[in-house]
Design a protein. Structure first.
Length: 128
């Protein structure tokens, strides 16, 4: 009497590799969408200040907007775990103060607003 046998082959490594690749593509799309929206929502000053006495006082309109960057971040294992949208750098140290505010100025949360505006788009990107 013949015994019926079932054979299952698992190509999990290939599946996981493809899934990671697709995830990276989706994260990049999210970064582009939210980053563009953040640049659109970012406040731009109109006053040009030169740092005659102190270089850190220098302000150029649009510098904060130009400092907005997005990139994938990795926790470990070399695969991307998420996307970061960052505003500010050494020259644009005031990005935190513009976004969160100070005791003298209300915050203008352009990064948070950009994320909230694009929640539907993000869901569509990851539901495909």
């Amino acid at each position: 009497m013949a015994v019926a046998r079932a054979k299952v082959q698992w190509y999990g490594d290939r599946f996981i590799k493809d899934l990671r690749k697709e995830n990276r593509v989706r994260l990049k799309k999210v970064g582009k969408v939210v980053g563009k929206s953040a640049k659109d929502l970012c406040p731009v000053g109109t006053v040009v200040r030169t740092g005659r006495r102190k270089a850190w006082m220098e302000r150029t309109p649009g510098k904060l907007r130009r400092s907005i960057k997005n990139f994938l971040f990795k926790k470990g294992g070399g695969r991307p775990d998420g996307v970061v949208i960052r505003a500010g750098d050494r020259e644009v140290f005031y990005a935190y103060f513009v976004h969160h505010g100070t005791i003298h100025m209300r915050g203008q949360p352009f990064l948070t607003d950009a994320l909230n505006v694009n929640i539907g788009v993000i869901r569509r990107i990851f539901s495909k």
